[in-house]
Design a protein around this ligand. Structure first.
Ligand code: ADP
Ligand code: MG
Length: 234
């Protein structure tokens, strides 16, 4: 049976998509059969982070019943499968996150690991993946605002009975990890720390995830530690 992860945090720009792309690539590099799903239906940018340029069907077409799941899956780095979203405004208007359940069920039958990237906020884009996930991976920077929004997401997950595995702290400035502040604002344990690293921006501009483009970078090491924390293997 596949494991389904949702990568979530109510705040935008904290590193959810970067985390999904790099976690998925790391696990694919380790030989797992992995698919990443762009569950951010309003602002899908997971494909871009993985160098995938969907020239046909997308998740939006699958959600509206216009395409089969397999038709919207593309190959990313290291054999990672990618189910991208559409950037067309009209696609957002017609797709409904509530239709995600059969899509995720179909993927569970074909892959070992399904990772769903989610949008900011607490709308259905986030709510539905949290409900479908076996484990929720929260993502936050160490800023007070981000930690507060992430705590809200944790509470939502708790309310709907989703299992929160812990928090990935991203963009951490090593001179200021704020460990006490994190613990006081967030009722979930830290499972990995990804430092602020210019290699992430360089990776994004070349559309190759940092774990594949710059495996020796500090950010790549953080993402490998996350993969290890989740699967129990290096
Ligand atoms: P979200 O999906 O939560 O909105 P993204 O993953 O798109 O966030 O990241 C937002 C921005 O932060 C991107 O421009 C990305 O390059 C940058 N970023 C993410 N993680 C890091 C990091 N560890 N170091 C430097 N920049 C980062
Ligand atoms: Mg995102």
């Amino acid at each position: 049976m596949a494991r389904v992860y949702a990568v979530a945090s109510a705040k935008g720009g904290v590193g959810k998509t970067t985390t999904t792309a790099n976690l998925g690539t790391t696990l694919a590099m380790a030989g797992h059969d992995v698919v990443v799903v762009d569950g951010d239906l309003g602002m899908p940018n997971l494909a871009g982070a993985l160098g995938v340029d969907p020239d046909g069907a997308t998740l939006h077409d699958v959600l509206t019943g216009e395409a089969a799941v397999e038709a919207a899956v593309y190959e990313g780095p290291a054999g990672l499968s990618v189910l991208p979203g559409s950037n067309a405004l009209e696609a957002f208007a017609t797709a409904n996150a509530k239709e995600l359940e059969p899509v995720v069920s179909a993927l569970e039958a074909s892959y070992d690991i399904v990772i769903i990237d989610t949008g900011a906020g607490l709308s259905d884009d986030t709510f539905v993946p949290l409900k479908l996930a076996d484990e929720v991976v929260l993502v936050s920077t160490t800023e007070r605002e981000s930690l507060g929004d992430t705590e809200k997401t944790r509470q939502l997950a708790e309310r709907i009975g989703a299992d929160v595995v812990g928090v990935v702290l991203t963009r951490v400035n090593q001179s200021n990890p704020n460990a006490d502040v994190v613990a006081s604002l967030l009722d979930a344990g830290v499972i990995a720390v990804v430092p602020e690293d210019p290699a992430i921006r360089e990776a994004l501009s070349t559309q190759v995830p940092v774990v594949a483009r710059s495996p020796d970078s500090i950010a790549a090491a953080g993402y490998r530690a996350l993969a290890e924390a989740l699967t129990g293997k290096p």
